[in-house]
Write a protein that binds this ligand. Structure first.
Ligand SMILES: C[C@@](CO)(OP(=O)(O)O)[C@H](O)COP(=O)(O)OP(=O)(O)OC[C@H]1O[C@@H](n2ccc(N)nc2=O)[C@H](O)[C@@H]1O
Ligand SMILES: Nc1ncnc2c1ncn2[C@@H]1O[C@H](COP(=O)(O)OP(=O)(O)O)[C@@H](O)[C@H]1O
Length: 287
């Protein structure tokens, strides 16, 4: 029997490094990156509605057409001519526009949950092909485990990462991904490297992170709070890096290091998180 109500996790991600290696003919940027899942998560509640409506509740107040949960549900409903509907209740913990992939992860969780609630029996790769229509990070969350990414993030290979604790600082505001990618001073031609170069570096040099984030200097220029967050973590003895297009900065927290909180400006947030080896819903994804 199919459940009529599901309460599901949507974990955040970090980009351990992010290289911009070129552009596609449509202007989107080609990347190389390692994505890791972390245990900071939103909760998505899905309730089956026989009426066929897609309804939403929660803290996001923008137009429903821009809500990635609603867009994910409507995409599935229209593509597979589903008669049933859903009420989506979102409990948001992942800051918005933070480079933590919260919206993409929420959308991926909606796809995974509705696949079950609406009894669609779509495979992981079918869900990933739908997911990339919603955003470049969505396929990663449907892939279900830590990954080396190429293309715009849709070409994924599994990668083994050490179990790690990370310290995150969200500097009180988000940054726009579009603004970062359209900046004239963005480096767009970092040389493409083989995945082995990055995995060897992780094996031999951890907790030092491989590579760098090409989006970091641009975000730090556009949003001085990002620069300040990097400086604060660095002055506290960490080796900070920005995730994705920002605004969150993070650092590997060495095992056994003192757990002192940072003295952050008002409105900023600090998170201590652990890496996840697999997505909490990985067992719901079938080949
Ligand atoms: C940078 C990354 C890395 O994980 O994540 P975030 O930091 O946003 O979480 C992603 O590539 C974010 O991809 P995605 O989430 O699809 O970006 P969107 O907000 O849809 O993109 C906003 C705009 O940025 C540009 N864009 C985005 C992705 C890309 N690979 N090249 C681009 O040029 C496009 O002009 C797009 O219209
Ligand atoms: N469920 C959602 N959670 C967060 N942001 C969402 C969601 N649905 C739509 N958005 C929009 O997506 C944009 C990117 O949000 P988010 O995924 O949090 O950031 P990032 O891409 O930096 O990781 C925001 O501008 C926000 O308005």
């Amino acid at each position: 029997m199919t459940e009529a109500c599901l309460g599901l996790p949507a974990p955040a991600k970090l980009n351990l490094f992010l290289h911009v290696t070129g552009r596609r003919p449509d202007g989107k940027h080609l990347l190389q990156s390692i994505f890791t899942l972390i245990d900071l998560a939103d909760t998505v509640d899905l309730t089956l509605l026989p009426s066929g409506d897609v309804e939403r509740e929660g803290v996001l107040t923008g137009p429903a057409e821009e809500d990635l949960c609603v867009r994910a549900a409507r995409l599935l409903k229209e593509r597979f001519r589903v008669g049933a509907g859903v009420r989506i209740r979102l409990e948001k913990r992942i800051p918005v526009g933070a480079g933590l992939g919260g919206g993409s992860s929420d959308a991926a969780t909606v796809l995974i949950g509705l696949n079950r609630l609406w009894n669609l029996r779509l495979t992981r790769s079918e869900l990933m092909a739908l997911g990339v229509e919603l955003g470049a990070d969505v396929p990663f969350f449907l892939f279900g485990r830590n990954a080396f990414a190429e293309g715009i993030g849709e070409k994924l290979l599994p990668v083994e990462l050490p179990d790690a604790r990370y310290r995150l600082v969200w500097p009180g505001r988000g940054v726009s991904t579009g603004k970062i990618f359209s900046a004239p001073d963005l480096t767009r031609s970092t040389e493409t490297r083989k995945i082995a170069v990055f995995s060897d570096s992780i094996r031999n040099r951890w907790p030092a992170l491989p590579g760098h984030n090409d989006l970091e200097p641009v975000a730090a220029r556009i949003e001085p709070a990002v620069q300040k967050a990097l400086r604060m973590l660095s002055e506290s003895g960490f080796e900070p890096r920005m995730t994705g297009s920002g605004s969150t900065v993070f650092a590997v927290e060495p095992e056994g290091a003192p757990k002192r909180s940072l003295n952050l400006p008002e409105g900023w947030l600090e998170f201590r998180v652990r890496s996840l080896p697999v997505h909490p819903l990985a067992s719901w994804l079938t080949e």
